[in-house]
Structure formats: C-alpha cells, structure tokens
Design a binder for this molecule. Structure first.
Ligand SMILES: [Zn+2]
Length: 480
C-alpha cells in the first residue's frame, strides 16, 4: 500500500459526510462492526479516547462527592415495570432474557436500557433517615437499546456510558444536583473537548421517560446536524413513590426522596470526530488526545542509534505531555505521518540527522497543517504553548462554525428551506403546544433541541407554526 493510500481511502466530507465519518471510524481503527446486530467493537485507539473522557469526567464527579458503584445489567420485569412512563418510554428497545440454565425463567429479565429502577430498588433498601442524604452514586457500564440501524458511536444497540443516580431530601437539593452535573458536562465538553454547546431544557415530548425535567447539552456537527451530547434529569419523587425510596425526616415523617439521574455516552466520541475531523481524518483537541505528541524518527542504518536516542531524550523532556515515539522499523516515516494524522494526534515532531546537525526538530500541527523548525532547547516550551493554542484554536473554529450556522427564522417555510439546505441550529419562537411541535417535526424534520433555561436564554419570537406572538424562542435542529 502506498503512503498516500490512507487518505485516499477516506471519502471527502463534501462528497458524502456520512461515508466520510464511517471511513474515519474504520480507517483510524476507532471501531468496527460486530457480529451482533446493532453493535460495534470499540478498538484500542477508540477506547483510548473513551478512557481520557472517562478519566476527566470521573474526577470531576468525585470532586462533588459522587461515588462509583456497580449494579446488575439484568432487571426483573416486575421491577422494570413499576414506573409506568419509564417502561412505556423504553419498552420497544428492551431485549428480554427468557431462558437460562436450559429452562424458561419464571420471570423475564430485561437488559438495562438505563438503571433507574434497579438502582432505585436498592436505594429503597439502603436509605433509612435524612442523615444519609444525599446519596450520590455513579456507574460506568454499558446499556442496551435495540436499534434498527447501526451508526458507530452515535447509534448502536449496546453503548458505553456512565449513569449517575442521586437521592435528596427535597426538590431544591435535587434540582441543584441536576444542574450541577449539567454544568460539569458543559464545561468538560466545551473546555476539554473543544465542542461549543447549546444548553437548555427539553420539551415535554423530548424529555427522559419518567423525568420531571430533562436538561441537555447539544452540539452541532459539521454536516449541520445536532447531537445530544449529554443529559441530566430531575426525576422528582415519582420513582421514589413507586419503588418505596423514602426516609424518616427530622419531623418524624416518612417522605419520598427526590432524585436525579444524568449520563453521557460514547457518542461523545462520535461528536468529537464530526465536530473536528477533516479529509485527512480525526483531529483531536490536545486535552482529550490519548497521544498529544508523536515523535517520528527519520534515519538510515548509520544514523539509527543517534536519532533514536535523541527521540527518547525528547520524550523524556516532554514528560508533562502524553508522548509516543513511533520507532516501528517496518513502516516508512511517510506512512507514519499519514497514520498519525488520521488518528488526529495534535503535534508531530520529526527528527532526522539533518535536524540533529542543526540542533532542531521539525514540528507539524495537526489542526492547521503548519510545519516549522523548532530549536532543540525550545521544544519543551514551544510544545507546551502550542498545545494550549491548538486547544483554543479548535474551540474558536468550532464556535465560528456554530455562529455561521445558527439562523433566526419566523416561518415554517424558512425553517424548511434551512433544513433542506445547510441545516444548522435554528432559533425560533414556539408557543409550547405539542401540536405545533409535532407539526414542525413532521414538515421540516427538525426537532426542538432545547428551550431557554436560566442564563441560557434564547429570547422571544413568534411561534413558527401557529404564529402566536411573543412566545419563548427555542433551539431547533435536525438531530442524530
Ligand atoms: Zn404554536
């Protein structure tokens, strides 16, 4: 295979964005299709990204007092069905285990689509008094929601995620927690993943099954579609009442707890690819990149030892960064350049005999493609500064894209035109009626991504559908 063949195997974004995406996923070896309907295999380069996401979020959760635990993936039907809205929302997507140990089970077991009911059942056993509240639990696991079509990371039957579940003494404390977790998602996705977001509240029809309020963070992909990147729910006391999660309060009364749940999944990896990627492959923001700097040695037989030693020294000097020296003998430097570009590594350092003579290294930025020599004793400082610059450059670029692709409209015709054309976020008025919402979706393919909430205020406008004046504006988009 020639050195160019990597890039040639990727369909250009302009030609077919969806094929570009799957080409990147497969060629960068992030994931592959599994021999199980709707499922993917997350390969090591993809899993490494998941691990940096996991590490980053996990420590933020723990800073707020959240502890990790693990609950079974199978939920007895009688438990799962306790909350009516919940079961109704998930029923079509739940696979059931009916046989085990060679015989039919007396009670079917559902594969969890989310764990509110099984975790709540345990909360009911554990929680006794107000002194034990709040209870703040998270689990990293996979869940299953049966899908007809597979789209790596974005739509798969089984996916990796985390689900937080908390119990509180009252509504205020639970709402505060739901908003706190939303803010953790927002800051992590914007600051670490360099993905700008629209933040707000879900409409009645789009909220989580069984929740009182669902808060969401929504990102815009380069094809103009939105991706729901994370949600946090205030569950009220609905699950608590049906599952019997109550506590003895100071006044001697037993009261149901107020709950939250919140989650992000490995679709964040899909978002990362679709927000930042280009025709050469993945482009990773430095803070999330499993490898931030790759060092590629260039040598002939007689210079091999000197060059490799110097590369190892370089790695040592850059010990604050995640650095990889690609010393594979079987591949040419050109091959390696392409491969690391495809994988999205933010900075590449090339080091050959001529660089050694000139006391320098060649530095290439993945985000801009700029190439520059750097004095050997300035590498550490340059890399340090540049990683920060790349991070903010990538965010600014993505923010510009969002700004250029956010439109204000006040009629269905305009919305239709935008949805058939460039797409993007649309800000428009909505009267709040389910009829108008359904009609908007049916006629334009756009859904309401979020409503204003506190400081995330989208203003006032005329309802797109019925023309009612002075209604709160919402964010619409065609979504993944
Ligand atoms: Zn209306």
């Amino acid at each position: 295979m020639s050195e160019k063949s990597y890039v040639e195997r990727i369909t250009p974004q302009e030609e077919d964005f969806s094929r570009w995406y799957t080409d990147v996923v497969r060629n960068a070896e992030l994931a592959d299709y599994a021999p199980v309907r709707g499922c993917i295999v997350v390969r090591p380069p993809g899993y490494a990204i998941w691990e940096t996401i996991q590490d980053g979020l996990d420590s933020k959760f723990k800073e707020t007092g959240v502890e990790n635990a693990y609950f079974p993936m199978l939920i007895p039907q009688s438990i799962f069905e306790k909350e009516a809205e919940h079961i109704e929302g998930f029923a079509p997507e739940v696979p059931w285990v009916t046989h085990a140990g060679g015989e039919e089970l007396s009670e079917r077991l559902g594969v969890r689509p989310s764990s509110e009911t099984i975790i709540g059942t345990m909360f009911a056993k554990w929680i006794e008094s107000y002194r034990e509240l709040p209870v703040l639990i998270n689990q990293w696991c996979s869940v299953m929601r049966w899908e007809k079509a597979t789209y790596p990371f974005l739509r798969t039957s089984e996916f990796l995620w985390q689900e937080g579940h908390t119990c509180h003494r009252n509504e205020d404390s639970a709402r505060e927690r739901a908003e706190m977790m939303l803010e953790i998602y927002r800051s992590f996705i914007e600051d670490e993943m360099a993905i700008p977001l629209k933040v707000g509240l879900k409409s009645e029809s789009e909220k989580f099954a069984g929740a009182v309020d669902t808060f969401t963070v929504e990102a815009l992909m380069q094809d103009g579609r939105a991706l729901q990147a994370g949600t946090s729910h205030y569950l009220g006391d609905g699950f608590a009442k049906v599952l019997g999660i109550d506590y003895l309060d100071e006044d001697g009364q037993r009261k149901p707890v107020h709950q939250t749940s919140w989650g992000v999944s490995h679709r964040l990896i899909g978002g990362l690819i679709m927000v930042h990627g280009d025709d050469r492959g993945l482009v990773l923001p430095p803070r999330i990149a499993p490898t931030q700097v790759v060092v590629v040695p260039i040598y002939r037989d007689e210079t091999r030892t000197t060059v490799l030693d110097s590369c190892e020294n370089l790695k040592h000097e850059l010990s604050d960064q995640r650095v990889h020296v690609d010393d594979r003998e079987e591949y040419t430097p050109g091959w390696k350049f392409n491969e690391w570009e495809l994988r999205g590594v933010p900075i590449r350092l090339e080091l050959g005999p001529r660089d050694l003579e000139n006391d320098q290294v060649m530095l290439v930025r993945r985000d801009t493609g700029d190439k520059m020599p750097v004095k050997r004793d300035e590498v550490q400082e340059t890399v340090d500064n540049l990683l920060q610059e790349i991070q903010s450059n990538m965010y600014d670029k993505a923010q510009n894209f969002v700004d250029e692709n956010t439109h204000e409209v006040d009629s269905m015709e305009q919305l239709q035109e935008i949805m058939q054309g460039p797409r993007g976020f649309v800000i428009a008025g909505w009267c709040g009626s389910a009829e108008c919402e359904a009609k908007i979706k049916e006629e334009t393919g756009a859904t309401i991504r979020c409503l204003s909430y506190k400081e995330y205020d989208y203003g006032i406008g005329k309802c797109l559908c019925c023309g009612e004046e002075e209604t709160p504006a919402v964010v619409l988009a065609r979504a993944y």
